[in-house]
Design a protein around this ligand. Sequence first.
Ligand code: ADP
Ligand code: MG
Length: 256
Amino acid sequence: MLSCERLTMSFGSFRAVDDCSISVARGSITGLVGPNGAGKTTVFNMIAGALYPDSGQIIYLGEDITTLTPDRRFQKGLVRTFQIPHEFDHLSVIENLMMVAPGQPGESLINNWIAPARVKDVEAKTSRRAWEVLEFLELTQIAHQRAGRISGGQKKLLELGRTMMTDAELVLLDEPAAGVNRTLLRKLEEKIAFLHRERGYTFVLIEHDMEMIERLCAPVICMAEGRVLVEGNFETVRSDPRVLEAYLGERQHLTA
Ligand code: ADP
Ligand code: MG
């Protein structure tokens, strides 16, 4: 479904991603792990179009999307969430969901004027969908709270909800469990598994919670220093001495 070929991305003289190739099979939940600074988020940024690689190619559904804008990728069903949630904090939770739906005719002033009935119709549909998403996430009780005020875990669920407002095919989740309490974490996990199973979403999941990776992901790709270190099933990756070494290296670096 997605193939990243020999991606390289430098910041100044520092190579954050270095000749990195990653493939994602349709219908998989592919795990992307590796110590902090390995380049995982930078890879997501390139796939989503927030950054353009210095070199390499990104092929999505058979099409070279390397130079497409994030918008165009989004329209093709390529959707991402952020490591740090990007909610509109002054808007309510339900409004945050309604914002996401693509191609709303009400965005154009002229449409409001010449086709108000159609605008109303689409708005009603968007609103219905937003409520369905909230029900699915069990968040209806906070629908009218300002998104800036809800808990970190609820913001993570809202991020997942935003992907459900679109016709997503490939969803990139950047550390969805970070800062989420145990109860919400299990719920988040269930929701991801459901969307995968019932809606046919393909996921790429960056996560430090190894239990979550083990329960959800196959295959697992471990990155270190901008490259793919090991790829395989969870057990293969976990027991690979190079992976252990990469994580130990991080710890030494952090305590140094
Ligand atoms: P990960 O998500 O695996 O923790 P990142 O992709 O966020 O890693 O970062 C990889 C490396 O690139 C890190 O050393 C980080 O400091 C650096 N980096 C990421 N984004 C930028 C940026 N916009 N400018 C400079 N350095 C960056
Ligand atoms: Mg990151």
